[in-house]
Ligand binder design. Structure first.
Ligand SMILES: [Zn+2]
Length: 336
């Protein structure tokens, strides 16, 4: 996929800047936030492939990699920590800060082994010609990041630290990934939401699968919704997501919207399962009918992830049962 090699700088105020860096496929770009001042800080970094663009953008803002005091990947996905290594390599003093729950995947570039991924994809009922491209996509994700040593691992659910000229709070909001964090600046009412809150999409869809030694693990919708509740009491006047444009919306309204979409989609899947047993792939093709074109493989990966996480939640709740037949998992609705 061609990567448009440009970046965009959008000032938020005199010392906070949004640097949008390209991503291949979807979402099309990631927002890296720079807090300039006493403690020059980057919240997220973009992928390793675009570290030179990040360096140029910082240069436009009067900074070098050597001026950066701390890099905080919001969580352990490649587009958020991928370029941290490029900075750490050129700046021995930079602090790389992340929550301990995601530190391992940042330090080891932890991804599922291809053999495990192939087995897992097969178990979802994916037709043979699509299995290899999907497993290859997982490897491509891996190449977009470069492992980096995390110098400070946060163990608390919440911690205060200085970013730029501000006192900020890092809040653990697991769901999209285990160690996902939001950054809140109370004084300005700014919430930097990473992938926990993204406009237009329910962020769990971008979650993919947590690596595991035997089989990848689905992200938990239950944990995600608990994390939404956790930040509901904050009343930010602006939300700055890692993907998409900053927006203003009352958090409680947004959370209600997320819950509606989640319940609606579960109901829809349940109704389909009442008429037929489905594999993850079979159900994903029913629910997401418009998958085609250049992004087919990536769209398929995301829709499989979304369908799988819903099915696992429904199994937990007892509405759906999963059974194994010929190395493939099928799901069936239990009658209420
Ligand atoms: Zn992510």
């Amino acid at each position: 996929m061609p990567l448009k090699l440009s970046y965009k700088i959008s000032p938020i105020n005199d010392t906070i800047f949004r640097i949008s860096l390209p991503l291949p496929g979807y979402p099309p770009y990631i927002n890296v936030y720079l807090f300039k001042g006493e403690v020059n800080t980057l919240f997220d970094t973009g992928i390793f492939w675009t570290w030179r663009l990040l360096r140029r953008a910082l240069h436009d803002l009067g900074l070098q990699f050597s001026d950066i005091h701390q890099v905080i990947p919001s969580h352990g996905h490649v587009d958020h920590y991928g370029a941290a290594y490029a900075i750490a390599k050129r700046n021995k003093h930079v602090e790389v800060i992340t929550h301990i729950a995601d530190a391992k995947r940042i330090e080891e570039g932890l991804y599922n082994k291809p053999s495990i991924m192939l087995k897992f994809i097969e178990s979802m009922g994916v037709p043979k010609p699509l299995i290899v491209p999907l497993a290859f996509l997982d490897l491509t994700f891996k190449s977009m990041g470069h492992p980096v040593i995390v110098t400070r691992k946060i163990t608390d659910d919440q911690c205060s630290l200085q970013v730029g000229n501000y006192n900020a709070t890092l809040i653990l909001t697991p769901g999209h990934s285990k160690g996902a964090m939001c950054l809140y600046i109370e004084k300005e009412g700014f919430l930097f939401s990473g992938d926990h809150i993204v406009p237009g999409v329910k962020p769990i869809i971008l979650a993919g699968f947590e690596p595991n030694t035997s089989f990848p693990v689905a992200q938990s919708h239950t944990i995600f919704h608990t994390s939404l509740k956790k930040i509901e009491k904050l009343s930010p006047n602006h939300i700055f997501p890692a993907h998409g444009e900053p927006f203003q919306e009352k958090l409680n309204r947004l959370i209600v919207k997320y819950q509606k979409v989640y319940q609606f989609r579960k109901k829809r899947m349940y109704n389909l399962l009442l008429n037929n047993d489905y594999t993850v792939y079979g159900l994903a093709r029913q629910v997401f009918k418009n998958l085609k074109g250049i992004n087919l493989v990536l769209d398929l990966y995301l829709s499989l992830s979304e369908t799988y996480t819903h099915l696992e939640a429904m199994c937990e709740e007892g509405d759906v049962i999963k059974y194994n037949f010929d190395n493939t998992y099928y799901y069936t609705a239990t009658l209420l």
